[in-house]
Design a protein around this ligand. Structure first.
Ligand SMILES: Cc1cc2nc3c(=O)[nH]c(=O)nc-3n(C[C@H](O)[C@H](O)[C@H](O)COP(=O)(O)O)c2cc1C
Length: 293
């Protein structure tokens, strides 16, 4: 199941999805070096407190979260999570958050000096400096940011695309043309639940991001469409619960996959999915050599 991606070799095509993995907690449950790579939670230049509680709600076949990218800031990340992962010899994709180009640049410049293997840029954050629209919904903003970041680092830059757009293929093509080394998709879909008794949104933030098996067919379709239009590698995610789900994303054209919400339900899901995916390879062959017909 070995893959080559952005100059790296991974022992298998499975990583974790940002925000659903923690070195210490996951490391207690399974051998995290059994994964192809791990992807860490979004990190900003300074600590962010995240959104008020409640910020998690269950849905049919999934969940809503409005965690709001709570994180300890890049320095604490480097000294803590990153040091721990690198001491174990894990390939690390660092997920980067920012409210402005300057914030993304600051994190990328700082992480360029570390042993991080790849940078995943979460362009789903609202651009507070330009009216609050999400970067990922604006192809010109994505292209401009990608070009800037590429000048700041020699590490592979992967742009994580939001599904909350009119045409995800256009954003993907803009990122590729601007020099992105890889793309990852999908981030969560905007969703909402309302409490019948109070008439108020269940999440304190009003809306949140929908993830889990309910979003998988949407994610597979988006990965399939993007992969048929770009040449750079794609990491596919959205509702992967089993090795068969992961195999489906690889058939759709993804080079690798990420496991997110499944790990919140079953902390060992990422490593279980590696084993189940190996069985799919045995049964159906190498998905990268097959075509959807
Ligand atoms: C609790 C939670 C926190 C998340 N935090 C981040 C984050 O920090 N950065 C990011 O790019 N995506 C974040 N995501 C999105 C996931 O990485 C993933 O793109 C999405 O959940 C779809 O995959 P899944 O259905 O397997 O969870 C988060 C998702 C959840 C459920």
């Amino acid at each position: 199941m070995k893959i080559q991606i952005c100059g790296m070799e991974w022992k298998n095509p499975v990583t974790t999805a940002a925000g659903t993995f923690n070195a210490r907690e996951s490391g207690r449950r399974y051998d995290i070096t059994a994964l192809g790579a791990v992807t860490t939670k979004g990190v900003a230049p300074e600590p962010w407190p995240g959104n008020p509680l409640p910020r998690i709600a269950e849905t049919y076949g999934g969940m809503l979260n409005s965690v709001g990218l709570e994180n300890p800031g890049v320095e604490a990340f480097i000294a803590g999570e990153l040091a721990e992962l690198k001491a174990r010899g894990v390939t690390v994709i660092a997920n980067v958050a920012g409210h402005s180009e300057a914030e993304f640049c600051a994190v990328v410049e700082r992480l360029d000096e570390t042993a991080v293997d790849m940078l995943e840029i979460n362009v789903s954050c609202p651009n507070l400096y330009e009216g609050g629209a999400v970067f990922g919904a604006d192809e010109a903003a994505v292209a401009k940011l990608t070009r800037k970041l590429k000048r700041l680092t020699g590490k592979p830059v992967m742009i994580k695309l939001s599904p909350n757009v009119t045409d995800i293929v256009r954003i993907a093509e803009a990122a590729e043309a601007a020099g992105a080394d890889a793309l990852s998709l999908i981030n969560t879909l905007v969703g909402m639940r309302i409490d019948l008794r109070t008439g108020r949104p269940v999440l304190a933030n009003g809306t949140g991001g929908l993830s889990g098996p309910a979003v998988k067919p949407v994610a597979v379709a988006m990965v399939y469409r993007v992969c048929s239009r770009v040449k750079i590698p794609v990491i596919g995610m959205g509702g992967i619960m089993t090795g068969g789900d992961a195999y489906e994303f690889l058939l759709a054209g993804a080079t690798a996959v990420a496991v997110g919400t499944a790990a919140l339900l079953d902390p060992e899901a990422p490593v279980r999915i590696v084993h189940e995916l190996a069985e799919c390879y045995e049964q159906y062959g190498d998905p990268h050599k097959r075509k959807v017909v």
